[in-house]
Write a protein that binds this ligand. Structure first.
Ligand SMILES: Nc1ncnc2c1ncn2[C@@H]1O[C@H](COP(=O)(O)OP(=O)(O)O)[C@@H](O)[C@H]1O
Ligand SMILES: Cc1ncc(COP(=O)(O)OP(=O)(O)O)c(N)n1
Length: 509
């Protein structure tokens, strides 16, 4: 049989997993493929055993005929140049022997063995009489990744209860098996979960025999498949980095992130899987998040241009705006803010997370206190002797229309559409404030107004509002995203009408 020729230059590691299955997707060969992909490799899979299991435990194991295992192995190695092999569950002596003879006749540069023996659920995944056969495999592999119980079996000693004893035990296994050992501290008690590379020959960095990688314990029960995932990551990253130590640093960081985000998956009622693609998805979503809101911002480009040209905005910028018109604008703004604050409070009530709940509640409070306070000061200052008291000012048609639009979004009840409708009031004001700031100077009659909307704290609030709305939009169905976009565009048009309104009314009067 002939293999496809190797290409020159950096390439994607081709990593073969030989392991048992987990139909619930968290451990075994399914976890291996996810881990290889998440760490930048091309995953291949030869099944050694079919395991009926889920997040609660193992139900039964079916081992296909060993001859068929050989056929799978040869089908891969006859055709493909393999950069690394990760071996997981082997189950029985005959399977260990078949893999061993395939490795001897098909040497691979990097072989990682996860000596799977007993699952965290307590179920046996390796026959007791196969332990010697697994130990005898060690000289054929480059890295072995036992947990504390598996390390004890490999060393023929009692399970280490403290980290230092585990390291000493690993040194003995490394010497006897002529192999580098990755000892895992996942089953230690305490707030840390360290790992370490141990090599009795001193072939680690600076001739060391032990290199530790510290790790904080993540408070989650979703640790199903951590061992499988780590060993596959090591096989893949070992090829990418060409050495175990940088591979472990990278793998540990990735694994910790995957554990931290495991609760988001909601898979199963037992020990759930880790979130293999959390880092990747976060990056993809961040991109989509901004893409969604950026495209809406472009959709209102014409509205924004028209707002810039309005006499009220031009007069605010160059300071020529008539004080009475400004007072009228502020009176309407105060009326608007009263209801806007209620709509923000409704968004807080519907927020899917505590963080977003607090964010919108803070905005509601900010709208009704800080901004109203500012406007009260201004209103008092810009009031003429013949003015009706501002408290009795009725809402203009533009104010009522804008507020009614927002209240209708509350009534319809959809969080995404509601927050999309709230966004233009943040974004347009922030944008105007940032661009008009250059006109502000001591003695400018509207300097305080200009300064308020260019304030860095307001910029941060605006940034977070865009991020929240964008994240909802990125996750939304096409239909929901379109409804969000329409609410956003309509609110922007109401902003334009609101800015135009004081002059429109004056010219009608
Ligand atoms: N709760 C946790 N928080 C952080 N890391 C963990 C946690 N549980 C396991 N790990 C890490 O997962 C990997 C697998 O460790 P371990 O659980 O000891 O092996 P196994 O899954 O084979 O039983 C190691 O890198 C270990 O440090
Ligand atoms: C088919 C299969 N292989 C290995 C395991 C054990 O997974 P591991 O990553 O060691 O971690 P736990 O799931 O035991 O925590 C398995 N369950 N199934």
């Amino acid at each position: 049989m002939s293999r496809a020729p190797d290409v020159d230059g950096p390439r994607i590691p081709r990593v073969l997993s030989i392991a048992g299955t987990d139909p619930s997707g968290g451990a075994g060969i399914q976890a291996d493929l996810k881990s290889i992909a998440a760490n930048g490799g091309y995953g291949m899979a030869v099944v050694s055993a079919l395991v009926a299991q889920n997040t609660r435990g193992v139900r039964s194991v079916h081992t296909p005929p060993v001859g068929f295992l050989r056929e799978q192995l040869e089908a891969v190695s006859d055709d493909i140049a393999i950069d690394a092999v990760k071996i997981g569950m082997l189950g029985s002596v005959s399977v260990v022997e078949a893999v061993r003879s395939w490795l001897v006749s098909n040497p691979v540069d990097r072989v990682v063995l996860d000596p799977v023996m007993i699952a965290t659920s307590g179920d046996r995944l390796l026959d007791a009489d196969a332990e010697d056969a697994v130990r005898a495999l060690l000289p054929l592999v480059d890295l072995v990744t036992p947990n504390l119980a598996e390390l004890a079996v490999l060393s023929g000693e009692a399970v280490a209860e403290i980290w230092e004893d585990a390291l000493a035990q690993a040194l003995r296994v490394s010497a006897a098996g002529r192999v580098t050992v990755l000892v895992k501290g996942g089953h230690l008690s305490g707030s840390s979960s360290p790992d370490a590379l141990v090599d009795a020959t001193g072939s680690l960095r600076d001739g060391r025999t032990v290199v530790e990688v510290a790790g904080e314990r993540v408070d989650t029960r979703n640790t199903h498949g951590t061992g499988c995932s780590l060993s596959s990551a090591m096989a893949t990253l070992g090829v990418r980095f060409g050495a175990w130590e940088p591979a472990l640093l990278h793998a540990k960081q990735w694994l910790t992130e995957s554990l931290l985000h495991s609760d988001e998956l909601h898979v199963g009622s037992g020990n759930g899987p880790i979130n293999h693609f959390a880092t990747l998805w976060a990056t993809a979503t961040a991109h989509d998040t901004r893409t969604v809101t950026d495209s809406w911002w472009k959709d209102i480009a014409a509205v924004r241009c028209r707002i810039d040209e309005l006499p009220l905005v031009r007069g605010l910028a160059d300071g020529t705006l008539d004080g009475a018109v400004f007072g009228d604008y502020l009176a309407q703004d105060a009326l608007y803010l009263r209801d806007y604050s209620r709509v923000l409070a409704a968004a807080s009530q519907r927020a899917p997370s505590a963080e977003e709940q607090v964010f919108w509640a803070d905005c509601a409070s900010g709208a009704i206190t800080a901004e109203m306070e500012l406007h009260r000061t201004w209103l008092a200052e810009h009031r003429r002797a013949d003015d009706v008291p501002r408290a009795e000012t009725p809402p203009s048609r533009a104010t009522s229309a804008y507020v009614n639009h927002l209240l209708a979004l509350v009534a319809r009840g959809d969080y995404g559409v509601l927050v999309a409708g709230l966004l233009p009031c943040f974004w347009i004001y922030h944008d105007l404030g940032a661009r008009l700031l250059k006109h502000s100077h001591t003695g400018h009659p509207y300097a305080a107004w200009l300064d308020t909307y260019s304030d860095p704290a307001f910029a941060e609030v605006n940034r977070r509002a865009i991020e929240i709305v964008g994240a909802v939009g990125a996750r939304a169905s096409h239909d929901l995203r379109e409804r969000m976009r329409r609410a956003f565009v309509l609110s922007a048009e109401h902003e334009e009408a609101f800015f135009a309104d004081p002059f429109d009314r004056l010219s009608r009067a």
